[in-house]
Design a protein around this ligand. Structure first.
Ligand SMILES: Nc1ncnc2c1ncn2[C@@H]1O[C@H](COP(=O)(O)OP(=O)(O)OP(=O)(O)O)[C@@H](O)[C@H]1O
Length: 290
C-alpha cells in the first residue's frame, strides 16, 4: 500500500499553513510531531479531503483523491481533534448511525460494532448516552468511529488527548495490532506515545516537514548533543540562561541539569543517550510549546 503526497500547499490569508509537503507512506505508524500551529491538523485535513491543497496531488494505491474521492474515502478513517457527536444517542446507536453515513451494510456494520465495542472496552457503555460519557470514553468512541469501515488509511489527530495512562496503553496496543495492514498517521503532543509505537516520525515546523526518518535515525543525529551534569546553583543558573534545558532538579545542595547543546556546555558535562524530548527541544527551542 502506498499513500503519495505531492507538492501539498495551503495558506489561510497570508499565513502559509502547509508548505510543499512531499511524502510517500506505507503500512505502519507514522508519528507527526510539531508545535502548536505548525500545520499538523491542516495537513491531516488535506489528506482526508476536507480542505483542498492549492497545488499537487494525493493518491492511495493510485486512487486519486480529487478525481476518485468516493473510492479514496472508502479507505479512510479519521479521528479529528474536536470529535462531534449527538449527545442523546447511546454509544451503540451513534456507531450504527455513523456506519450508515459510511455506507456500510447493516450486517457488516453490526459485526464491526460488536468487535470494536469489545476491543475498545466499551461493551458495558453501549447503552449509555453519549452526553454521559467521560472525556476518555468519548475519545474511545471517536476511535471506534474512525475504525468502523476497517480503513487502510487511518488519520488520528491527537488521539490520546484525555485518555488516562491505562487507556493510553490499550490504545497503543490497538494501534500496534493495526499497523501491519494500515497506513496510520498519528499526531500527538505526547512524545512518549510516538516513541513507543511509531515506525517513523515526521517533524513539522512552520508548515514544513523538516525531518522524516525512523526514531533511531533521528535520535542518532542527537549524539553528542545531550549532556548531563551536577553543579552548584550559581553555575547552574548561568547555564540555564544560556542553553536549552530539558530537565533540572535539586540534588542535595547542587542542581542536576540535562542540556541540549551542539558543544560541551561545561567541562563537567558528560554526553548522555538522547531521547525524543531532546530532539524535539533541539528543533523547537524555547518559546514554542508542545
Ligand atoms: N481555518 C483557518 N483559518 C485561518 N487560519 C487557520 C485555519 N486553520 C489553521 N489556520 C492557521 O494555520 C496554521 C496551522 O494550524 P494547524 O491547526 O494546522 O496547526 P497544528 O500544528 O495542528 O496546531 P495544534 O497542535 O495547535 O492543533 C496556524 O497558524 C493556524 O492559525
Amino acid at each position: 500500500m502506498e499513500l503519495v503526497l505531492e507538492h501539498l500547499n495551503k495558506s489561510f490569508k497570508n499565513k502559509k499553513a502547509v508548505i510543499d509537503v512531499n511524502i510517500t507512506l506505507h503500512e505502519g505508524v507514522h508519528g507527526l510531531l510539531g508545535a502548536n500551529g505548525s500545520g499538523k491538523t491542516t495537513l491531516m485535513r488535506i489528506i482526508c479531503g476536507l480542505i483542498p491543497s492549492e497545488t499537487g496531488s494525493i493518491s492511495f494505491n493510485e486512487i486519486d483523491l480529487k478525481t476518485q474521492y468516493d473510492s479514496y474515502a472508502a479507505n479512510l478513517g479519521y479521528l479529528p481533534q474536536q470529535f462531534g457527536y449527538y449527545p442523546n444517542y447511546s454509544v451503540q446507536s451513534f456507531l450504527e448511525y455513523m456506519s450508515i453515513i459510511k455506507n456500510m451494510t447493516a450486517s457488516y456494520a453490526n459485526d464491526r460494532i460488536q468487535k470494536l465495542l469489545q476491543d475498545l472496552h466499551l461493551k458495558e457503555k453501549r447503552k449509555t448516552k453519549m452526553k454521559h460519557l467521560s472525556g476518555g470514553m468519548l475519545r474511545r468512541v471517536g476511535i471506534a468511529v474512525a475504525l468502523l469501515n476497517e480503513p487502510k488509511i487511518l488519520i488520528l489527530d491527537e488521539p490520546t488527548a484525555g485518555l488516562d495512562p491505562k487507556e493510553r496503553i490499550v490504545f497503543r496496543n490497538l494501534i500496534a495490532s493495526l499497523s501491519e495492514n494500515t497506513i496510520i498517521i498519528l499526531s500527538t503532543h505526547i512524545v512518549s506515545d510516538i516513541e513507543t509505537i511509531a515506525d517513523d516520525i515526521m517533524i513539522m515546523k512552520e508548515g514544513n516537514i523538516i525531518l522524516h526518518d525512523t526514531c533511531e535515525e533521528l535520535l542518532s543525529t542527537m549524539n553528542e548533543k545531550v549532556w548531563e551534569l551536577c553543579i552548584d546553583k550559581k553555575e547552574a543558573l548561568k547555564l540555564m540562561s544560556q542553553h536549552i534545558i530539558v530537565k533540572s532538579h535539586h540534588k542535595d545542595s547542587k542542581i542536576e541539569l540535562r542540556i541540549v547543546c551542539d558543544k560541551q556546555p561545561h567541562p563537567l558535562a558528560t554526553p548522555v543517550i538522547p531521547d525524543l524530548d531532546d530532539l524535539y527541544l533541539y528543533h523547537f527551542k524555547e518559546g514554542e510549546t508542545l
